[in-house]
Design a protein around this ligand. Structure first.
Ligand code: FPP
Length: 255
């Protein structure tokens, strides 16, 4: 059964009412460092607990029938962090793929990686590609891992691939449409995010899914990512369910 066949477009809210479910939720998992330092722990402990929060979010998203989640796990700017922290995040990703892959595969999760691949260490790249390959035919939750990801460089890569098709005579400039640009992005073929959640009180996109977020709803909460649990996820979904999306048009009541 495909994810869309599995979907329950509405879930029950805490008060028993029915809530409209987003198809695609993006997560900016912020605040791991602050979570750790506020407890007198090294920042890496925050990332370790952040991975546990992520596992819970993946499980919950699959259970309630969300089609796609995209997680911002390492941005192209994160290379500027201290070498030890970067090394820890790389080892955490390795651990995540090695330890969780078979469980994710059994749960019918399809993994997809977005972000620059050419400058990744070959060991990491092959691990990520193996995860994509193993889960390619799964039909449950799509887990999109934004790794070494930056939206501007994703857009540049998409423009370069379209420019190459024009130079080869395979595409006319006037045939470059929004749809073609969307399909040339790393997320090509996926629905745009309906909801983007950012934890830890910051209210910015930080180079995450800039093109795809044109009509996304945003949800910001003060919890640090390691504290973001199922109840916090449900609260974000309830808030999304109460939003009126107009895509530049008018509220039906105003017509
Ligand atoms: C931002 O918090 C978080 C990150 C840069 C990494 C996110 C990683 C995880 C949630 C763990 C799962 C990881 C993988 C690789 C699957 P921050 O460190 O910027 O927090 P701060 O703003 O409080 O310093």
């Amino acid at each position: 059964m495909s994810a869309s066949q599995n979907r329950k477009p509405h879930v029950l809210a805490a008060d028993g009412s029915s809530v409209k479910l987003p198809r695609h939720v993006g997560f900016i998992m912020d605040g791991n460092g602050r979570w750790a330092t506020s407890r007198g722990l090294p920042r890496t402990e925050g990332h370790r607990h952040g991975l546990q929060a992520l596992r819970n979010v993946i499980r919950h998203a699959g259970k309630i029938g969300i089609e796609v989640i995209t997680i911002y796990s390492f941005s192209s700017e994160n290379w500027n962090r201290p070498e030890t922290e970067v090394a820890f995040l790389m080892s955490l990703l390795r651990r995540f793929v090695q330890r969780d892959l078979s469980e994710l595969h059994d749960a019918n999760v399809r993994i997809r990686i977005i972000g620059g691949r050419s400058d990744l260490e070959p060991g990491i790249l092959s691990l990520l590609e193996e995860a994509e390959e193993l889960t390619r035919n799964n039909t449950g939750l799509n887990l999109v891992v934004a790794f070494n990801y930056g939206a501007r460089s994703e857009i540049v890569r998409a423009v370069q691939s379209l420019a190459k098709q024009v130079a080869a005579g395979d595409l006319k400039p006037e045939d470059i449409s929004e749809e073609r640009v969307s399909n040339a992005l790393d997320t090509g073929g996926l629905p745009d995010p309906d909801l983007i959640v950012r934890t830890s009180g910051e209210m910015r996109l930080s180079n995450f899914l800039l093109w795809q977020a044109a009509y996304s709803e945003f949800y910001f909460c003060d919890l640090h990512w390691p504290d973001f649990d199922e109840a916090a996820f449900d609260k974000a979904l309830e808030c999304y369910g109460s939003r009126e999306r107009r895509y530049g048009g008018l509220d039906a009541k105003a017509l």
